[in-house]
Write a protein of this length. Structure first.
Length: 369
């Protein structure tokens, strides 16, 4: 384990100025215990009684290592990385001076060890307070600025999101997540890969889309101008300009295991090129739940179907309006006779009945006519 104070006490005026320039307030710097690794610290630092020897290189992707294979942090802004219990298990260092960036990578993280594994550690998790939605970003600056400005529960994966990360988030009982990658191709792939892993853990996912001119959330901590799309719609929009064969190939190769039954039936009409098996999965599931809502019989729904019911405001409203399970026709007739529906409720009722009829007819036409 490490002591974050090793670096926080060494934060220089230039280091603090850089952090302020990136939008972080002094309160946020203190909250995340952000510090700095100074060059003289490496000259004096020891590990197992042996001094660090810094090895320079002209290659951008070369690291300086000590004999025990621990990365040497030199003239870097230091972000302490904590485990689920809040103990410091490693550091992520960001070079900010040109003379360092010339010879060393922009980011360096602690090597994997007994206490630290990058694929199962989330930066910022200790500051998540159990809100209903968690926001997932790649970089620690993005994490800090969003939390600072909006007060959201935010974590940074520091690289790609892994299955272990998704397990941790699911274990914290988050049901919804917003994933916000950078506004480039790499960021879009980050959104898709992260979203798929989270959805497989039963978490509903929306993707944050940056406005024009914004590359990543750290440039806009308040996320002003960002729009949000459900995961499946984001993916389908992402590949909409591909040739049809390439779209289908992308779905089969990259979305294996995606629970398409969670998609809204309107997706079928909007994306006609979807594979038949995906269309059928969405339609049959919706027909079954619509039937349950219309019949007023809630028994027999699986946990997945209940989640779909909860996520669809129309179906959820209709089922909740039926205040008891209808057992005999006389009681049902009496209920509807005494019930006064508002104009909005009447429209909802008509829409649901029409949607149910249209969907059932569409499936019957495909298979039986």
């Amino acid at each position: 384990m490490y002591d974050a104070q090793l670096y926080t006490k060494q934060l220089s005026p230039s280091g603090r100025g850089y952090l302020n320039h990136r939008g972080l307030t002094d309160a946020t710097i203190a909250k995340y215990e952000i510090g700095e690794a100074r060059s003289y610290m490496n000259e004096k630092a020891t590990l197992a009684g042996k001094p660090f020897r810094i090895k320079k290189s002209n290659k951008k992707n070369s690291y300086g290592f000590n004999p025990h294979h621990h990365p040497v942090f030199i003239e870097r802004i230091m972000f302490p990385i904590r485990d689920e219990e809040g103990a410091v298990v490693g550091f992520s260092g960001r070079a900010y001076k040109e003379e360092v960036l010339k010879d060393y990578p922009k980011y360096m993280n602690s090597s994997d060890s007994i206490t630290y594994n990058k694929s199962s550690t989330l930066f910022g998790l200790e500051h998540c307070v159990g809100k209903k939605i968690i926001t997932v970003v790649e970089g620690q600056f993005c994490c800090c600025t969003i939390n600072q400005t909006l007060g959201w529960d935010v974590v940074s994966t520091l690289s790609k999101l892994t299955e272990e990360h998704a397990k941790i988030i699911a274990k914290k009982d988050y049901k919804k997540a917003i994933v916000i990658g950078d506004n480039d191709n790499a960021g879009r792939l980050y959104n898709i890969n992260s979203g798929l892993l989270l959805i497989k853990k039963g978490i509903s996912v929306a993707i944050g889309i940056a406005p024009e001119g914004i590359n990543d959330p750290s440039q806009n901590g308040g996320l002003k101008g960002y729009t949000y799309k459900p995961f499946f719609e984001y993916v389908l929009d992402f590949i909409k300009d591909f040739p049809v064969w390439k779209r289908l190939n992308y779905i089969h190769q990259n979305l294996e295991g995606y629970p398409w039954e969670l998609a809204d039936i309107s997706i079928i009409k909007k994306y006609q090129w979807l594979p038949t098996e995906i269309k059928d999965t969405i339609m049959w599931k919706y027909v079954k739940i619509a039937s349950v809502a219309i019949e007023g019989e809630e028994f027999g729904l699986s946990s997945l179907e209940r989640r779909i019911m909860e996520k669809d405001p129309l179906l959820n409203w209709f089922l909740n309006e039926r205040t008891y399970l209808v057992i005999d026709e006389e009681k049902e007739e009496q209920y509807f006779h005494n019930k006064t529906f508002t104009a909005e409720e009447e429209l909802k009722f008509e829409f649901l009945m029409k949607l149910y009829a249209d969907t059932t007819a569409d499936i019957e036409k495909r298979y039986y006519i």
